[in-house]
Design a protein around this ligand. Structure first.
Ligand SMILES: [Fe+2]
Ligand SMILES: [Fe+2]
Length: 440
């Protein structure tokens, strides 16, 4: 299935191919500069369910009205066009989502979507208050493509969900199995519904990687939604495998949007209470407070475990680096020591050998008397020791790496001694076969 096939399928689904009438009307009136708030009120009144909710919202403790607002017209006046648009669209979409047959848990889905909507609104309030309502709308709708893909291709999407649970990246696996990802599916649905272009782009780009220093006006809303998706406590799509890229993209987005670490912390801090308030006044079921806190704790624990795992890996890498560094320094020191020692020891061995040979010659010439053979035995011991020293030096010179060296362990020393003994034995055997030892 590619984009064209998806588009064709979309047009055959009447419930999805046309935007709910009230949503279309709200969008039209809000985007019409000549339309009045009274007109918007008329649109809302035609939808009983929406009217009831708008009244409930305007009278909720969140807005802190001293007097009860009882007419929809007054409610619209009180809230303002942007707010009414954001609420109407989110509510209509929520109603629509309950009618799309899907295996996705809608409570999880809306917990995440509203979480992103609230965080996007909080971000916009800091950097571009005029975008606050649109950021909220785009946050609410950004993942709608997930529900549509699951509804259209249940068998394939089942495999996608399985792979995500196994740690695969959601966008990559969607593209691999379906040739289309939920961001593109959402964008296409938005275009079919005649959503403003900026909403469609925000949906399409909510998983994109943006360049550092991208401060373009058209990418502001998409970057707000993208960052909100990454800051959201409740997720439907991220897993440990993605976390590294999420963390690095988060830094780029925050920098592009001019948000400091303190801003991010404050946004994350108020996001949960904002989600609770919003879900209550929108009457959207995102689970009880206890469930939300439990899930937030689970997410936090997962993040903690991931951080701990990263820390362990970091320590291991550092240890490895230290070990390698230590080995290199130890090897360099050893080579310097061996070079110095071998110089002096070779000189000493040459000197001993020279004297030994001179003595042997003097004995053979009868110039030195050795009636008991003591001198001959001593010379043999000198020669043996000189050969051992030479063998050990040769072994040490050949050391280029400590493969499994453990410091302060005697193993290596024992190995060297063993090697030296073997070399000496070989020399002795060679000497035995070549010439008889001095008289015993
Ligand atoms: Fe997404
Ligand atoms: Fe998302």
């Amino acid at each position: 299935m590619n984009r064209l096939q998806f588009e064709a399928k979309l047009s055959t689904f009447r419930s999805l191919s046309t935007l709910p009438a009230v949503m279309a009307e709200v969008l039209r009136v809000c985007d019409d500069p000549d339309a009045s708030l009274a007109e918007l009120g008329e649109v809302i009144i035609r939808d009983v369910a929406l009217s009831t909710r708008i009244l409930k919202i305007v009278n909720s403790p969140f807005y802190g009205r001293a007097q009860q607002v009882s007419s929809v017209r007054n409610a619209v006046m009180t809230l303002g066009a942007s707010k009414v648009k954001a609420l109407a669209l989110s509510l209509s979409l929520y109603d629509l989502s309950t009618k799309i047959g899907t295996r996705i848990d809608l409570k999880d889905f809306w917990r995440h979507s509203l979480n992103v909507a609230c965080v996007a609104e909080l971000i916009a309030n800091r950097i571009a208050p005029n975008l606050a309502e649109e950021a909220f709308i785009c946050g609410s709708i950004h993942d709608i493509g997930v529900l549509v893909l699951d509804n259209f291709y249940p068998r394939e999407y089942g495999k996608v969900l399985q792979s995500i649970a196994g740690g695969e990246d959601m966008i990559s696996i969607e593209k691999q199995i379906l040739e289309i990802d939920h961001a593109a599916a959402g964008e296409m649905l938005g275009r079919v519904w005649n959503f403003p272009d900026r909403y469609c782009v925000a949906m399409a780009r909510h998983h994109d990687v943006f360049d550092l220093n991208d401060n373009t006006a058209e990418n502001r809303l998409p970057q707000i939604v993208n960052l909100a998706d990454k800051l959201a406590t409740f997720t439907i799509e991220s897993n440990a495998a993605q976390r590294h890229s999420v963390l690095s993209n988060k830094e780029v987005l925050a920098s592009n949007l001019g948000l400091s670490n303190t801003d991010l912390k404050e946004i994350e801090y108020s996001a949960l209470s904002r989600l609770l308030e919003t879900s209550q006044y929108l009457d959207v079921d995102v689970g009880t407070t206890a469930e939300l806190l439990q899930q937030a704790t689970n997410q936090l624990y997962a993040l903690y475990s991931y951080t701990e795992q990263l820390y362990r890996e970091l320590v291991q890498t550092r240890q490895q680096l230290d070990e390698e560094k230590l080995q290199r320094v130890a090897l360099e020191s050893l080579q310097a020591i061996v070079a110095t020692f071998s110089h002096y020891l070779n000189n000493a061995v040459a000197s001993i050998s020279g004297r030994t040979q001179l003595l042997e010659m003097s004995m053979n010439n009868g110039q030195v008397d050795d009636p008991d053979g003591i001198l001959a035995k001593s010379l043999a011991v000198y020669e043996k020791n000189a050969e051992q020293i030479t063998a050990v030096i040769e072994k040490l010179k050949k050391v280029t790496v400590f493969k499994t060296a453990i410091y302060h362990d005697n193993t290596k020393i024992i190995d060297f001694e063993k090697e030296a003994r073997l070399s000496t034995l070989a020399l002795e055997e060679a000497a035995l076969t070549k010439a008889p030892t001095p008289a015993e």
